[in-house]
Design a protein around this ligand. Structure first.
Ligand SMILES: Cc1cc2nc3c(=O)[nH]c(=O)nc-3n(C[C@H](O)[C@H](O)[C@H](O)COP(=O)(O)OP(=O)(O)OC[C@H]3O[C@@H](n4cnc5c(N)ncnc54)[C@H](O)[C@@H]3O)c2cc1C
Length: 495
């Protein structure tokens, strides 16, 4: 990744900026000491680091408004941060910018069981929402594997997914409304307490906008009744291709599992070494398929999935007969990332999405790429919705390996796009996939996306340098011209 340019003129004003911010957020809400700022220098994409100019932890919407208005007026960049678990570098700070941590917004404001909604502050963790309603038989469906730590504000910004999103949708399908503060300090409310609203779907636009349009200060989500029962199948195959074909067959048969996850041999072995739950070490691929709903329906569907798997040559098929057994099947999958982390000093988690039917082709292609680049790759992914998470193993201490891993990752994502897929399924573009955006979008596509950014943040002060390979000044978008058959922008500096 090309390092982000640092504006020395802003850095020269650092003391003055810190003093002004202290007036807005008094006490310990402004973190100025270098050693304390170090804690914020990266998110979960630890390959990239930058020391934020200053960290601010506001406690009220009024403070967020005042901080943003000050920064807008004084041309200071801002990066919002939740729990810092982004895997695409979305919360990577700027050396010449304010890092705005939203983790003091940690209260659930309202639980309305009658209307099945929860209104919450953005720093509340994803899992805390389910914990707050589960005694009454409800839950919040999107369940990123990081749910114990990641914030609902971060989930909105990244449009996060998880195991259950195949059946219950991503964050965008479960968020009803948000309050956001714009870079100017103005507050707007999008959506509300119901599924649909009049006017443009700006809520849909903000969900997944990677902290670039506004700072989320309140989120309204819908909660669902917990299913009557859930059972899981653990199905082993002697090839990833057969497992991939089984996934496509299950969906083609009209069955939508609550979750359908796949792991390849390297991931299976790592997970089994980590959690010891009886994963078959000799399998080349393992599927965990969960069916949920009324018991009669679940028992019927379990039988159908088993029959499809056996027809596709499954070498082993275990079916859970208790909740403890079901959770044991999931334990390895849920712990797969830390488990793979024990195989190598570093790994890159990619996040491409492909049409399900292309799984066998892409998995075969990935094996070839692994040989070409000389790096191992473990595969753990949301097979049901074609969302791949190849984990590229490398050692950042070996000269050149980070660059090699980046190139390998880019080749995987190019392959995803080639088969009709997309660069990201749920982790966002951030800094990680930013320079690959032209592989997927034309100049015209990108310029229109940038226009949306301009409508919300005309000075490009909120999370600049992320998502768009070149960030164009809004005024210059009107001066694009056609050059050699392609739309060209006037020469302007990169951020
Ligand atoms: C082990 C592990 C497993 C994971 N598994 C999954 C998974 O299964 N599915 C999945 O989708 N993701 C997964 N992730 C990625 C990550 O957890 C999600 O992207 C999550 O939504 C990030 O939330 P956060 O609070 O940590 O946000 P951060 O990392 O702090 O920020 C992420 C982005 O959101 C923006 N942002 C944060 N808060 C706000 C706010 N209040 N207003 C505006 N913008 C804001 C930031 O500017 C940044 O662009 C995983 C990560 C890890 C480390």
């Amino acid at each position: 990744m090309k390092p982000l340019d640092v504006d020395q003129a802003t850095l020269a004003r650092r003391d003055e900026i810190v003093a002004a911010l202290r007036k807005i957020v008094p006490g310990e809400g402004v973190v100025d000491a270098k050693i304390s700022r170090r804690a914020y220098e990266s998110d979960a994409l630890t390959a990239y680091r930058a020391l934020p100019m200053v960290v601010v932890l506001p406690e009220s919407v009024a403070q967020v408004r005042a901080v943003l208005a000050y920064c807008h007026e004084n041309n200071v960049k801002v990066v919002a941060r939740g729990a810092g678990t982004s895997l695409s570098g979305g919360a990577l700070p700027l050396e010449d910018g304010v890092l705005l941590s939203m983790m003091k917004f940690n209260k659930i404001k309202e639980i309305d069981f009658e209307n099945r909604i929860v209104v919450t502050e953005p720093g509340v963790t994803n899992l805390a929402i389910t914990r707050a309603v589960e005694a009454q038989g409800f839950y919040y469906a999107p369940d990123p594997s990081s749910q114990i730590a990641c914030s609902i504000g971060g989930n909105v910004a990244e449009n996060s997914g998880g195991v259950h999103c195949l059946k219950y949708g991503l964050t965008t399908n479960n968020v009803l409304g948000v309050e956001i503060v714009l870079m100017t300090g103005e507050v707007i409310r999008l959506g509300g307490r119901h599924l649909d609203q009049d006017g443009y779907d700006l809520l849909g636009l903000v969900t997944g906008s990677e902290g670039m349009l506004g700072v989320v200060t309140e989120v309204t989500v819908r909660i669902l009744r917990a299913p009557e029962t859930a059972r899981a199948l653990m199905i082993a195959f002697d090839s990833s291709e057969s497992a991939g074909a089984c996934v496509a067959d299950v969906i083609a048969a009209g069955i939508i599992p609550g979750g359908m996850e796949m792991m390849d041999r390297l991931a299976i072995e790592a997970a089994e070494d980590f959690v010891h739950v009886g994963y078959p070490r000799d399998a080349e691929a393992l599927l965990i398929v969960e069916l949920d709903g009324p018991s009669v329906e679940v028992d019927h569907l379990v039988g159908r999935v088993e029959a499809i798997a056996l027809k596709r040559g499954a070498t082993q098929c275990r079916i859970s007969n208790s909740d403890a057994e079901r959770l044991a099947f999931w334990a390895g999958r849920k712990a797969a990332f830390p488990a793979v982390g024990r195989l190598s000093p570093d790994y890159f988690c990619m996040d491409g999405t492909i049409p399900r039917k292309e799984l066998p082709r892409v998995l075969a292609g990935m094996r070839q790429l692994s040989e070409k680049h000389g790096l191992r790759v473990a595969n753990v992914f949301h097979a049901g919705d074609g969302n791949l998470h190849p984990l590229i193993l490398y050692d950042a201490n070996k000269p050149g390996e980070l660059a090699l891993a980046e190139e390998f990752g880019a080749d995987i994502l190019r392959l995803c796009v080639e088969v009709g897929g997309v660069l990201t399924g749920e982790h966002g573009v951030g800094i990680e996939k930013r320079d690959l955006m032209p592989e997927m979008f034309s100049d015209i596509d990108l310029s229109h996306q940038i226009r949306v950014k301009c409508a919300f943040d005309a000075k490009h002060l909120l999370n600049p340098g992320k998502v768009f390979p070149v960030l164009h000044r809004c005024a210059e978008l009107g001066r694009m011209h056609v050059h050699g058959g392609r739309l060209a922008f006037p020469e302007i500096p990169r951020f």
